[in-house]
Design a protein around this ligand. Sequence first.
Ligand code: HEM
Length: 419
Amino acid sequence: MTPSVNDEELARTTPLDQFDVSRPELYLREGLHPYFKRLRDEDPVHYCKQSAYGPYWSVTRFEDCVAIDTNHKVFSSDASVGSFVLDDATLNPVVENGLFLPNFLGMDPPRHDIHRKVVSPAVAPENLERIEPLIRQRSQKVLDSLSIGETFNWVERVSIELTTMMLATLLDFNFEERRNLTRWSDVVTASPGDGVIESWEQREKELRQCEATFQKMFAERKAAPPKSDLISMMAHSPEMADITPEEFLGTVVLLIVGGNDTTRNSMSGSAMAAHLYPAEFEKVRSNQALIPSAVSETIRWQTPIAHMRRTALCDYEFRGKQIRKGDKVVMWYLSANRDERVIANPMAFIADRKNPRHHMSFGFGIHRCVGNRLAEMQVRVLWEEFFKRFSKIEVVGEVTRIPSCLIHGYTSIPVRLSK
Ligand code: HEM
């Protein structure tokens, strides 16, 4: 979406020391790009003294985000020193009333590496090949339920449904109860009064149900011969011996949250790109060998996770700025993916872009998204199956976005399909 004239003007005239790119309203109206551009050009490592989340540094250029992401000895993800996102409360493993959900996105080596090894085989290419037919079948079912000429919300009917089905497939979760996965994913990042939960007690109660469900599944899978779902793989993994029941639950929750909003908003971003760039979409429809490239471009262009954060473990000078021990350092992937120094014509969606996987949407370094190939496969299958049934997608009503500086995505995209 084109930013409003107001944001262009405000981004040009507001003094840099008053910039706060974490404000949710910027994301609600997709007005943030002019602010990021000015930061990249004039103050690429910027200190915001005051925000709803306290003071923080913004790193906005591609190469600088890579530098922070790969320097985990100085810039920590460990939950005991800070969160891996700007808001300390989101996905904080220390839940009120004692439920503790540690996960490896919030760990530094060596603990991080042990946990990551437990889940990596499930999302490795061989396993993805095994689950692709089931993902395809389920995508076909969702697409077959859509009618030509009807107006419907793509986010609900396609993005959420397909992502939830995929998670259920990956975990071999009771298919009829799959919406519990979406619910738990929402609950884990919720706080009282936000429309998802009323109180911390309610949150704990629901997460205890999640815990009980997965502990039971774990015990059952451990007693049965190994299979290719994530829970069975974890149950039979030798590395699992090194992790506690709480860490197991934290890892499962990370997989549910990590694979949920992200893939959902890549699918939603696909519909938006198809509408806003019909010539590019037509290029892909008429030459479907371009689908994988268009998928990567969608994930770059959308950037479903707007930022990740680290906490400085010591005083450190970076690009001439003095970062202090304990400071929050935010890598704005959304800005890095629009950095003209690295990506040509970055605001545009270009289906056959050269080197389309060279983007920051999956992060960089030791925490680089473990599910990246799975996410690409799902979006690829969606488009392969889409083109067998439809040739055009149009947005026909008001699009609503998520007012969040973390999850960059949509709540509603009214669309109409044609043959
Ligand atoms: C980590 C994005 C899909 C599981 C991450 C990170 C990002 C990200 C930005 C953190 C990188 C960093 O800190 O350097 C995305 C996007 C996706 C996606 C944009 C979809 C387009 C998935 C899926 C899964 C998943 C489908 C589930 C299997 C994880 C896990 C981590 C992670 C477990 C933690 C990795 C670690 O700490 O070593 N993802 N993700 N993600 N993602 Fe994804």
